[in-house]
Write a protein that binds this ligand. Structure first.
Ligand code: AMP
Length: 396
């Protein structure tokens, strides 16, 4: 299958060829024709599957008409949970649409609104926005939705997790009834279904993998380790295995700062991003990590949402996440679109319950590896796939 057979015009296909895309991914093959036919869709697709292009490409194709936009108007709205994701989606639009004459902007909070307002004055074909800043702009009447044709909810499960449901409802109330809706979500939870029911009209459901399945090219393994030994273990792996790059997930911002200084003491340069750092600093660190100037990035889950590093070799769950969905999101940062990657988790005895929840969500046990010199004092029991904790219902 080629991109032109999916109904995309030459300027788009040329841009894709220049980016080195040879063929559409599974989600692109399924979603692009349906979106071009004008239907609503609900798609279960994780990051790393090429899901962004699966909606951006048909949107570019559909909007590529001679239409004069009035000021303060937009034709497509893409809502994302985080500013990082908004920036990345907009970058994809610019890349794929470089030979088209369409305008786009990423709009998010935490920075001065004046330049964003300035750009809205002439109207924007595709606006990628986080919900809060978008509502601000609508309230200020610097943005109107009466010419809107398409709405995309990207990472809908994330947006609901982050408590954006009221904002989303308020936004949807303002949109024209006649519009095309596309909903993408890594997991189709009950809440996502409820949102879909209220937002979409006769939607086609698309899913590229069984719920909970992860992309197979990610090599997942874990090491059981005593909590007090984690930073020594990480330094050991980096040095012994000559790691060139890793995104390291940690629970708290204090933990992140501490780990960076522990690594530095062992001669490993690392940086951290967390909610305590300003947007400007986060963006600078991220771009240095992407360029390879920073090799090891320690990130809290929230700060790392939406990070898209084209060729990230590995992620490390220094702290295992509480939720199985977060585990899947995190490991999806590596092994993207055709490239292989590895995801390594540090598991202490206290994490046993979470580990079992993650493994039962994946539908398989994660391979355990032992590292010489790091035997545990507190043994992590053997995993049980259908583990049900005694006192609490199992977290999913
Ligand atoms: P996503 O799932 O949207 O986060 O995309 C994952 C990565 O795959 C991004 O870095 C894209 O640039 C890349 N990508 C998307 N579609 C293709 C394709 N058809 N061929 C090669 N790479 C792709």
């Amino acid at each position: 299958m080629s991109f032109s057979k999916l109904g995309l015009c030459d300027p788009i296909v040329t841009a894709l060829t220049e980016l080195g895309y040879k063929a559409p991914t599974a989600i692109q093959e399924q979603a692009i024709p349906v979106i071009l036919s004008g239907k609503d869709i609900i798609a279960g697709a994780q990051t790393g599957t090429g899901k962004t292009a699966s909606f951006v490409l048909p949107i570019l194709e559909s909007l590529n008409t001679e239409r004069k936009l009035r000021g303060k108007r937009i034709r497509t709205l893409i809502l994302t949970p985080t500013r990082e994701l908004a920036v990345q989606v907009e970058a994809s639009i610019s890349n794929y649409g470089k030979y088209l004459n369409l305008s786009s902007m990423a709009m998010y909070g935490g920075i001065d609104a004046a330049p964003q307002i300035q750009r809205l004055i002439w109207g924007i074909d595709i606006l990628v926005a986080t919900p809060g800043r978008l509502l601000d702009m609508a309230h200020q009447r610097v943005l109107h939705f009466d010419e809107l044709e398409m709405l995309v909810l990207d990472e809908a499960d994330r947006m609901l997790d982050m408590g954006f449901i009221d904002d989303i409802n308020k936004i949807i109330e303002r949109l024209p009834k006649q519009r095309q809706n596309l909903l993408f979500s890594a997991t189709i939870t009950d809440d996502v279904r409820f949102l879909a029911k209220r937002t979409l009209d006769d939607a086609v459901e698309i899913s590229t993998a069984a719920q909970g399945a992860t992309v197979t090219k990610i090599n997942q393994w874990l090491i059981t380790v005593d909590k007090s030994n984690k930073s020594a273990l990480l330094s050991h792996l980096i040095k012994e295995h000559e790691w060139q790059q890793a995104l390291i997930f940690i629970e708290t911002k204090h933990g992140a700062a501490k780990l960076v200084s522990q690594l530095e003491k062992r001669g490993i340069n690392a940086e951290s991003i967390h909610s305590g750092r300003t947007q400007a600093v986060r963006e600078k660190i991220l771009s240095e990590f992407k360029s390879g100037a920073i090799k090891f990035l320690v990130a809290t889950g929230i700060a790392a949402r939406g990070i898209d590093i084209g060729e990230l070799a590995r992620v490390v769950n220094y702290d295992l996440p509480d939720k199985a969905d977060d585990y899947i999101h995190r490991i999806g940062r590596t092994g993207r679109a055709g490239l292989s990657g590895e995801a390594i988790s540090f598991v202490a005895k206290d994490n046993f319950r979470n580990l079992c929840a993650i493994e039962s969500r994946l539908g398989h046990i994660i391979e355990r590896k032992e590292i010489a010199g790091f035997a545990v004092k507190k043994v992590v029991p053997v995993s049980i796939l259908n583990y049900v904790p005694k006192n609490k219902p199992q977290r999913r």
